[in-house]
Design a protein around this ligand. Sequence first.
Ligand SMILES: Nc1nc2c(ncn2[C@@H]2O[C@H](COP(=O)(O)OP(=O)(O)OP(=O)(O)O)[C@@H](O)[C@H]2O)c(=O)[nH]1
Ligand SMILES: [Mg+2]
Length: 473
Amino acid sequence: MRNDTIAAIATPPGVGGIGVIRVSGPEAFTVVSSLVRRPGKPDELPPVPPSHRLTYRLVIDPETREVLDEVLVAFMRAPHTYTCEDVVEIQGHGGPLVLRRILRAVLACGARMAEPGEFTMRAFLNGRLDLSQAEAVMDLIDAQTEAGQRLALQQLRGRLSDQVQEIRHTILGVIAQIEASIDFPEEDVPTPEAEELSPPIVTALEQIQRLLAGAEQGKLFRQGLRTAIIGRPNVGKSSLLNALLRTERAIVTPIAGTTRDTVEEVANLRGIPLHLIDTAGITPTDDPVEQIGVQRSRAAAESADAVLLVFDGSEPLAEQDRRVSAELEMMGFGADEQTHKRPVVIVVNKADRDQRIELDELKQLWPLAPIVHTSTLNNEGLDALEETLAELVLAGRAVNSDSVLVTNTRHQDALRRANEHLQASKASLEQYLPLDFVSIDLRAAYEALGEITGETASDDLLDRIFRDFCIGK
Ligand SMILES: Nc1nc2c(ncn2[C@@H]2O[C@H](COP(=O)(O)OP(=O)(O)OP(=O)(O)O)[C@@H](O)[C@H]2O)c(=O)[nH]1
Ligand SMILES: [Mg+2]
C-alpha cells in the first residue's frame, strides 16, 4: 500500500541527545494530534500548530495517559515535505526505550511501521526526487570521503538527471521527426533525410560517451578500492597497514606468522575510500590455523581490485617471494593497462636497512609494475606509495569532483545499453535502412536512459534499490 500512513525512528539506534520519529501519510496529522498535549492540559487536544513550526508538547500513551516524553514536534503540510505527503517529525529524548515507546504509541494510533527506504521511495513516487536522486540520498549517507560526499550531493541536486534528460530530449526529437513521417505520410510530412537525422544522434552519443568515460573513476569514489596487502611472512605487511592508517591497528612482531586472520580498515586515498586488507603471510605450512589464514589471504587477493605486494628489501629475493608472485600473476594481477590486468604495486620495505634484494630480479618478475621503497620504521616512502597507487587506479586522469561523474554501476550499465542502441541507429541511418529500424533503436536508447531517472524502471528494480536503504530514511 502506498497511500497509508507510515512511521519509523529516523535517527540511528543507540543513545543520542535527541531522537526523531518520522510519520508520513494522509493520517499523519490525526495520528500524532491524538498523542500530544500541552503541558498542564492533559485532557485537551491542542490545535495543530502552523506548518513547519517546532512546537513544545508532551507525548502521552494513548491507553494509560502516561506521559512518555517531552518533545518538540513539527507538523509539515504537504506538498513541501520530504515525501510530498503530510509529515510529522517528533523530536524526543534520544534514548532507545523512549523512542520505541513513542513509536509504539504512534503505531497504536493507526500508522504502519515503514519499510526500509519507504520515505524516500514515496518522495520518488510522488515526483519530488527522481530515481538517481533517491539513490544519491543513500550515497550521501554512506559517503566515506569528502569527494564521495560532493559527488553524491551533486547527483542529489539533479546534475546527472539534468544531463540524462537533455540527452533523452534530443533522442525524442529525432523519434518524433521519424514517426511523424511514418504515421502521416498522406499529410505530406516529408521523409527526413539521413543527413538531417544523424547530427543530433551523434551529439547524444558524444554526451553518453563522456559520461561513460568518467564512470570507472566515479565508481571508485563511491565504492572505494579494495586493496590487499600480500607477501610472504615477516616482510612488514601489518606494519605497512598501520603506517598507511597512521594507527597501530594490526599486531606487529618479529615472529613470522604473526597475522593469522585478515584485518580490514578504510583509509582515504586522495578522496577514494581505500579498503586496505592486511593478510597472513603466504607460505607453505602444516599449522592448521595458519593454513586457514593463508587461504584467507588468497581469497582477499582474489577479491581485491589492487594489490600491494610487499618484499623485504634487506634480504635477497626468496623462493617464497617468487611463489607468491606467481600466484598473483595467475589471479590476473599485472599493472598492465592494455590487458586490463588488476594493478600491482611492488613495495620494497625495510629501506632503512642495508639492501640485499636484487631489483633486476624483481623487475624480471614484474616488468610493468611500479616499485616503491618504504620504511615503515621511519615512515619513508608512504606518500610515494599512495601517489603511485592513486596514479595507477585513476590511470593519470585528472580528478575533478566538480564535473558530473557517474558513480553507480546501474547507471553505467544503462548508459552502455543506450550507447549500443544509438550506435545501431546511427549505423542503420548510414546504410539507408528503413526509418523504422532507426526508430526502434532510438526508442530502446530512450528507455535505457529512462531507467537512470526512474521513468522506465520496473517495480522490481525499485524494490531492489530501496531495500538497501535504512529504516526511517
Ligand atoms: N627495520 C625495519 N623493520 C621493519 C620494517 N617494517 C616492519 N619491520 C619489522 O619486521 C617485522 C615483521 O613485521 P610485520 O609487520 O609483523 O610483518 P608481516 O608481513 O605482517 O608478518 P606476518 O604477519 O607474520 O606475515 C617486525 O619486527 C617489524 O618491526 C621496516 O620498514 N624496517
Ligand atoms: Mg602481519
